[in-house]
Ligand binder design. Structure first.
Ligand SMILES: [Zn+2]
Length: 279
């Protein structure tokens, strides 16, 4: 539990850092509209899901031979579920900038895929005649204290690949154990951890959405702010009496619907000036 809490705190800090890195290439206005996106490589969730994917392909290759799974159905479903979790996080993250709703929906699919995969490992263990380890099992707790490092390197395929290989090595004695009982149990623990992280990530996105709004809300907010800034020119003096003027909209005549400056002392003073929009 303590590890999970640390994971989430790290993850939030990292996403923030990733958002900054990505928005460097955007102009300030477009980044305010589009928002931050694509920071998935900086989250621990994605790191764990990568480890789960690689360990699952290995597990299937070793433990489901042609005789037991002639059509490759079980293998295909397990590798497919692990792949779906990975791909939906990538896609969700890339949609993060424009639609928090889509991002949430895709993370939800990723989480469901992980849960489906956990079901397959659970069934594998029961088929083999053993129950999954209980949390008080020393083998369970030895893996519980093992965590992946937060990724702080450059957002390049090469550097991230090096990082994942290092993390894979760290977890290999558990996730890629020759003994399928150890491997399946270890995968269940790491899948639960990834699901927990993903769930907390989704809650955080929901909070941010409520606070800042989505794409449409941001677009209109930026547009309104830009318009207000243009209108905030100092009101001119009345050409007739020298008093203050205020912006009005003509109700009739050939200028109907158009703004103009009117003397604040109207109807005592009929002074007007044309309204020229700044910028
Ligand atoms: Zn006047």
């Amino acid at each position: 539990m303590a590890n999970d809490m640390r994971d989430v705190r790290d993850m939030r800090g990292e996403s923030h850092h990733a958002a900054r890195a990505f928005s460097v290439r955007q102009s300030s206005t477009s980044s305010r509209i589009i928002g931050a996106y694509g920071g998935y490589r900086k989250t621990l969730t994605f790191g764990y899901v990568c480890l789960i994917y690689h360990a699952t392909t290995l597990f299937c290759r070793r433990n489901y031979d042609y005789k037991n799974d002639a059509l490759g159905k079980t293998t295909g479903q397990m590798v497919g579920a692990a792949r779906s979790a990975r791909q939906n996080i990538v896609e969700g993250s890339s949609r993060s900038g424009t639609s928090k709703e889509t991002e949430l929906r895709l993370y939800d699919v990723a989480k469901a895929s992980l849960e489906e995969l956990a079901g397959d490992y659970e069934a594998f263990l029961v088929d083999a005649g053993v129950a999954p380890w209980s949390p008080s099992d020393p083998r369970h707790s030895s893996l519980s204290s093992l965590v992946i490092d937060p990724y702080g390197g450059p957002l390049s395929r090469h550097d991230y690949g090096e990082y994942i290989l290092e993390m894979r090595n760290r977890f290999a004695p558990h996730l890629e154990a020759e003994d399928p009982i150890v491997a399946a149990n270890s995968l269940l623990i790491v899948i639960d951890r990834a699901c927990g992280l993903l769930h907390k990530q989704m809650l955080a996105i929901g909070d941010a959405f409520t606070e800042e709004g989505g794409f449409t809300e941001r677009l209109s907010r930026v547009r309104l702010a830009a318009r207000d800034a243009k209108d905030a020119v100092a009101a001119p003096e009345c050409p007739d009496c020298g008093g203050p003027m205020r912006k009005m909209v003509a109700r009739k005549g050939r200028n109907a619907g158009k703004p103009f400056w009117s003397c604040c002392d109207y109807p005592h003073c009929n002074g007007t000036r044309p309204f020229v929009r700044a910028g």
